[in-house]
Ligand binder design. Structure first.
Ligand SMILES: *Cc1c(COP(=O)(O)O)cnc(C)c1O
Length: 223
């Protein structure tokens, strides 16, 4: 199957309310343009340098999402153009994003990343930490970031029950935060969950945004 065919298969399968983020990390400009030519405009990357290079080289109406772990000292490189930051996992990082957004005279949209998987290595907040962040005086003073929802990654396992349970947990976190902190904010609306191996389960559990890479572009080669 070609990149174009994979995109249209996904588009047909996903409900109109679910945003498809085409995860193009490690992939060539040609591969990205093949998706662009069939109408795909939202792409996800997880390395600052690679994202900056692709932003320079590719059409300017692409909406670039940063989906990886972001170091505070690198925020400045993508702050001028990034469309959505999926991986906010600390107050310190959010403060840096706010500062860089101000410098660039724009508002940067972000998602809070939650740790829902069993694996120790995955980054993310828990509900209590998020409550602390959202109740802090520092957060109250920020005016150049917009928190648009939550993001999480399920455990890498064949156990569908477990994956579903983890996605369900993220949906619950979203509902709680919505009720406690964002009741009057329509912009708090996104639940970013689901990848190539589990996006169907994620959508069934309420995902509004899936991040799909290898299903579209084929396996990645790291060297
Ligand atoms: C790489 C990556 C994806 C896409 O993974 P696939 O299994 O190739 O679809 C999604 N989300 C994050 C955070 C990633 O790093």
């Amino acid at each position: 199957m070609s990149i174009a065919e994979n995109i249209s298969k996904l588009k047909n399968e996903l409900e109109p309310g679910v945003c498809l983020v085409a995860v193009s990390k490690t992939k060539s400009n040609e591969a990205i343009l093949a998706a662009y030519q069939v109408g795909q405009r939202v792409f996800g990357e997880n390395k600052v340098q690679e994202l900056s290079r692709k932003y320079d080289e590719l059409p300017k109406d692409i909406e670039w999402h940063f989906i990886g772990h972001l170091q505070t000292n690198k925020v400045k490189y993508i702050a001028p153009f990034v469309g959505l930051l999926h991986g906010i996992d600390s107050l310190k990082l959010l403060k840096t994003v706010d500062k860089e957004a101000q410098k660039n005279n724009r508002t940067i949209r972000v998602l809070l990343q939650f740790h829902i998987a069993e694996e120790e290595t995955k980054f993310g907040l828990d509900l209590e930490e998020a409550r602390e962040l959202l109740s802090s005086a520092e957060y109250a003073e920020m005016d150049a970031v917009e928190i648009c929802g939550v993001m999480g990654m399920a455990t890498y396992t064949d156990d569908e029950t477990q994956v579903r349970r983890e996605f369900h947990q993220l949906k619950n976190i979203f509902d709680q935060l919505k009720a406690e902190f964002f009741g009057d904010k329509d912009s708090f609306s996104e639940i970013s969950m689901g990848m190539s191996g589990d996006y169907q389960l994620a959508v069934a559990e309420g995902s509004t945004m899936v991040r799909v890479g290898s299903f579209i572009f084929g396996e990645r080669n790291y060297h």
